[in-house]
Design a protein around this ligand. Structure first.
Ligand code: SF4
Length: 299
């Protein structure tokens, strides 16, 4: 296991009234967040600026990807009250841009697509101006289920490739590289702003990174995130190397020169990190439904 975390990976500690308010909104609405479940290093920063990424469909995932901190097993929850509570939380946080994700629910006949669609609609009904970004699983490549989500009209459709082609099998157990690309292409072909991301430092080679980025670009992905892989526990996939800020800057430049429109690339970048700023650069700017402290809460 690599030790001596470099200085550029030191994240901010959670502090202040806005952080406490975010935590209270999450707890009060009995929501799960990927910020907590995935041990995200940015929790202090994001929650202190009043934004959290809600994770729907429970907090137990049916898959067991070897990079991911989220608990795996047999899910017990199918909480039909969840969409309304997510909508309330978005309103309470005054979000002009919200990011919603979920665990994989391969145990459900519809893979959770129905709850996904209900959540998008509930958020939109209560927060008509808020931009909605969804970070979805692959629905086992069943495009009729992807369409259930798309029919609810999210503003940004995100599905992560996570890593290069060669490392898909060892790292994303049940997923398939081509299947994920097909899901992205399906959304892009339907006219949706499409986003994806990868982690570096998990064993990939330079040529392989170029390959995955070009494959995403061909699939129609226009917004890209690249961040450092962090090993959640000693049982997870080991970190291969610390990727320097200079290398992240190189990949940003490379991706922009190869057809991506918005690229966020840096050690602490995650799909939802400053997602509002990425989408604004793409031209998607939401409006907070309850606008009092909008300036302080630009999540
Ligand atoms: S980067 Fe995303 S997952 Fe991490 S704390 Fe921020 S909002 Fe949550």
């Amino acid at each position: 296991m690599l030790t001596n975390k470099p200085s550029w990976l030191r994240a901010k500690l959670p502090t202040g009234a806005i952080y406490k308010e975010t935590r209270s909104t999450v707890e009060h609405n009995h929501l799960h967040t990927v910020c907590q479940s995935a041990n995200c290093p940015n929790l202090g920063e994001c929650w202190s600026r009043g934004t959290a990424t809600v994770m729907i469909l429970g907090n137990i995932c049916t898959r067991s990807c070897t990079f991911c901190a989220i608990q795996t097993g047999r899910p017990t929850e199918l909480d039909l009250g969840e969409p309304a509570r997510v909508a309330q939380a978005v309103r309470k946080m005054h979000l002009r841009h919200c990011v919603i994700t979920s665990v994989a629910r391969d145990d459900l006949k519809d893979g959770g697509a129905g709850v996904w669609a209900a959540t998008i609609r509930a958020v939109r009904n209560l927060n008509p101006g808020t931009a909605i970004e969804v970070l979805v699983p692959d629905f086992l490549g069943r495009m009729e289920l992807v369409d259930v989500v798309l029919d609810a009209k999210p503003d940004i459709f995100n599905h992560n490739l996570e890593t290069v082609k060669r490392l898909q099998r060892p790292i994303r157990k049940t997923a398939r590289y081509d299947r994920s690309l097909s899901v992205l292409n399906h959304a892009a072909s339907a006219g949706f702003a499409t986003k994806s991301g990868i982690m570096l430092g998990i064993g990939e080679q330079e040529k392989e990174v170029e390959e995955v980025l070009l494959d995403m670009q061909k699939a129609g992905v226009r917004i890209l995130t690249i961040g450092q892989y962090l090993q959640p526990t000693p049982k997870h996939e080991p970190i291969d190397r610390w990727v320097t800020p200079e290398e992240f800057a190189h990949w940003k430049e490379w991706a922009l020169a190869n057809g991506f429109e918005v690229v966020e690339s840096g050690p602490l970048v995650r799909s939802s990190y400053h997602a509002d700023e990425q989408s604004a650069r793409y031209g998607i700017v939401g409006v907070a439904s309850n606008s009092e402290p909008a300036a302080a809460k630009a999540g």
